[in-house]
Design a protein around this ligand. Structure first.
Ligand SMILES: CC(C)(COP(=O)(O)OP(=O)(O)OC[C@H]1O[C@@H](n2cnc3c(N)ncnc32)[C@H](O)[C@@H]1OP(=O)(O)O)[C@@H](O)C(=O)NCCC(=O)NCCS
Length: 159
């Protein structure tokens, strides 16, 4: 059996920016949550694809927290990083910021998406392992492992 390839969090770290246009607002004039969800999903997909070096799908969304709104002409910045890798699954944390004209960033959303590496028939495939560096990554990894285990218990017990 060949040894599992290992990669660092930095190898797949992704930052994406969008200018908030009127078409992306809700009726109250703020960033539409569904639009943000699509941007977050795209960022998570790029992070996971860069790590896995194969196609990926979104399997679950956990802890999506809308902390503040954003308005037209704000620059929306999304930063996605891996927190945990199992066999085929990868958890990505995506932090979203509103950036003002001076460049100051205010966090408006944090979400955790679970992505799965797949083959051409959309079956789960083993992805490279994750090298954990430093205390912060270790804490994130342990918390993500708890979330992944909780999902396994929920699936077993059907709640
Ligand atoms: C993702 C998919 C291939 C997984 O298939 P599956 O038969 O559930 O496969 P498994 O049970 O082996 O799960 C694969 C991995 O995902 C994890 N997983 C599955 N469902 C999960 C959930 N709801 N939450 C968290 N992790 C989950 C499993 O724990 C496993 O992780 P591991 O390999 O690291 O141990 C399948 O569910 C699927 O095709 N879903 C639709 C995806 C999609 O269309 N997304 C939207 C568009 S991108």
């Amino acid at each position: 059996m060949s040894e599992r390839k290992m990669k660092r969090v930095e190898d797949s770290l992704t930052e994406q920016s969008h200018l908030l246009m009127p078409k992306c607002l809700n009726a109250a004039g703020y960033l539409f949550g569904g639009q943000l969800l699509a941007w977050i999903d795209e960022t998570a997909g790029i992070v996971a694809k860069r790590h896995a070096e194969m196609n990926v799908v979104t399997v679950a969304v956990d802890n999506m927290y809308f902390k503040a709104g954003a308005q037209v002409n704000d620059t929306i910045v999304l930063i996605g990083r891996l927190t945990h890798v199992g066999r085929s699954s990868m958890e990505v944390r995506i932090d979203t910021y509103r950036e003002d004209l001076s460049g100051t960033r205010t966090m408006i959303n944090r979400a955790y998406f679970t992505m799965v590496g797949t083959d051409e028939k959309q079956h789960p495939v083993e992805v490279p392992g994750l090298i954990i560096e430093g205390v912060t990554q270790q804490i994130e990894f342990e918390a993500a492992k708890k979330r992944a285990n909780l999902w396994k218990v929920r699936r077993q017990e059907g709640f």
